[in-house]
Design a protein around this ligand. Structure first.
Ligand code: GLN
Length: 533
């Protein structure tokens, strides 16, 4: 049976950072909790082909999907809320749109026509939007348009939305997320910026159907009626979105405002009963009422911008709930750690996580932190570069290979315990050429990893170029480093641990990408459990 996919667009007005991703994910959650199949897509108006080449300071974390796409961190929210994997098709940038249009032009596919923003770029955008619907898997495709209405670079996207609305009629609707600033001197929420941003949308030919208004204070009926009147929407379609204490509360806020019911009505679907959110609510209840608290240090070099480690922070929230405790993360800059201050900096921590990363900056601080965790029996989890640093630390201080390093940081090292694979040595293009996406890992029975997973075959997502150098395998294992997870196809080392330590584990992959509200990641759950002693 073919399904008639409905398309919901989410645009943003007034300012950026209003949380379109969370609102989209919350609506998707409510629809899913009513038994519908939903997916979410993010369209990013920048010219990078994907965010893989962006520094985390620019754009926060780069989120990796099973199929190896390097994507926007909002896709992480989609997966964490819906517990359904996303893919390359769920994140499209202007760079990718232009890349495929230019490739088609070079192949001669436009048959001598002048290639233009309208219709060629907009057609390509429309195709990308409809691609997910065409899979036949989803009753709803929610498409979040990055940026703010009025930005020059998002114009082709708004035009594509206008055309789709015109073509699809009732199968398509627009939610506009906006801000009602609060003036404390007069004690008022102001509607003018919202009116202006809707006017701008109307200028482009798009009438929003629902306005979701971020506000610091409750929006009374008078304000709702005023906004409705000026913006041509029904008063009940003016939705209040108050600041939430946690993002996981937003679906309940939206349920209270009946966003799902309004959306279904607009799309001509009967809303029967209520969304089934029992598990979600129980998660939220535990999150808000933890029985204990534990402090874990997150050692990284982008700690000033917490979005750089978004999925790790969220995975700790999920794992904390499973352990009925609040994980307090202490964000520690690896460049600030020295042999002299280490005790003072790390002494109060119950667990240490060393974060993923690239390049030399802060590397010695990470290695020092790992040594401290290893020698003081503090639970440790190293992710990707964090695992590589654990290998280097062990090589230097246990195997006594004083010059040990990764070739990424020191190409001339005499002990390259972390090295490039042959197939990475000839790569000249940086974008999309790392070891990316989901790979199999065989977990050795009886190890810490096996206890955590309770499985011998797992799949985890990767994003790195460098690997454990198997030439040193024997030296490491003889000295007490267990290689507990191996990729069955190429023999690459994916997990390391130290049996004699209460919890010491390094993983070459990124477990944080797969942690969701419904499925907290087993390695994070075990790590947090270990920190509780
Ligand atoms: N820089 C390391 C590599 O490329 C680790 C990458 C990471 O931590 N994601 O292998």
């Amino acid at each position: 049976m073919s399904i008639n996919t409905k398309y919901i667009f989410v645009t943003g007005g007034v300012t950026s950072s209003l949380g379109k991703g969370i609102i989209s994910a919350s609506l998707a959650k409510l629809l899913q909790a009513r038994g519908f199949t939903v997916t979410i897509q993010k369209l990013d108006p920048y010219i990078n082909v994907d965010p893989g080449t962006l520094n985390p300071y620019e754009h926060g974390e780069c989120y990796v999907t099973d199929d190896g796409a390097e994507t926007d961190l909002d896709l992480g929210h989609y997966e964490r809320f819906l517990n359904v994997p996303t893919s390359q098709a769920n994140n499209v940038t202007t760079g990718r749109i232009y890349q495929s249009v230019i490739e088609k032009e070079r192949k001669g596919e436009y048959l001598g026509k002048t290639v233009q923003v309208i219709p060629h770029i907009t057609d390509e955008i429309k195709n990308r939007i409809k691609l997910l619907g065409k899979t036949g898997q989803y009753q709803f495709v929610i498409t979040e348009i990055g940026g703010t209405v009025g930005d020059i670079e998002s114009l082709p996207y708004i035009e594509a939305v206008r055309q789709l609305k015109w073509e699809m009629g009732n199968d398509c609707m627009v939610i506009h997320l906006t801000l009602l600033p609060y003036l404390s001197t007069s004690g008022e929420l102001k509607t003018k910026p919202t009116q202006h941003s809707v006017k701008l949308l109307l200028e482009y030919g798009v009438q929003p159907d629902v306005l979701v208004c971020r506000a610091e204070h409750a929006i009374n009926q008078d304000i709702r009626r005023k906004i409705a009147l000026f913006c041509n929407v029904e008063p009940n379609a003016v939705i209040e979105a108050l600041d939430a204490s946690t993002i996981y509360e937003v679906p309940l806020f939206m349920e209270k405002e009946r966003l799902d019911v309004i959306v279904l009505k607009k799309l001509g679907i009967e809303a029967k009963g209520d969304p089934e959110l029992t598990r979600w609510k129980s998660f939220l209840d535990k999150l808000k009422h933890p029985k204990k608290e534990v402090t874990i240090g997150l050692i990284g070099k982008y700690v000033e911008l917490k979005d750089s480690y978004k999925s790790i922070a969220e995975a700790f929230i999920h794992a904390g709930v499973t352990n009925e405790c609040k994980v307090k993360l202490e964000w520690i800059h690896s460049e600030d750690i020295t042999e002299e201050n280490i005790k003072q900096k790390l002494g109060g921590l119950k667990g240490i996580l060393v974060a993923p990363g690239f390049g030399t900056r802060g590397i010695e601080g990470k290695i020092a932190a790992i040594r401290y965790a290893r020698e003081n029996n503090i639970p440790f989890l190293g992710i990707c570069l964090g695992m590589q640093c654990a290998v280097i630390e062990f090589a230097r201080n246990v195997l006594n290979l004083k010059d040990a390093h990764s070739r990424e940081m020191n190409p001339a090292t005499s002990s390259p315990v972390i090295d490039l694979l042959e197939n990475q040595k000839t790569i000249s293009h940086m974008g999309g050429t790392m070891r990316l996406g989901s790979y199999k890992c065989t977990v050795e029975e009886g190890t810490l990893a096996h206890k955590a997973y309770n499985a011998t075959q797992v799949n985890e997502r990767h994003r790195h170029r460098y690997e454990f150098n198997n030439e040193y395998k024997k030296q490491f294992t003889e000295a007490g480093l267990t290689l507990s997870g191996i990729n069955p196809d190429g023999g690459l080392v994916e997990i390391i641990e130290i049996a004699k330590h209460p919890f010491f584990m390094g993983v070459q992959f990124h477990p944080e990408y797969k942690s969701t509200v419904e499925n907290p990641h087993p390695l994070f759950v075990s790590f947090v459990k270990a920190t509780l002693g």
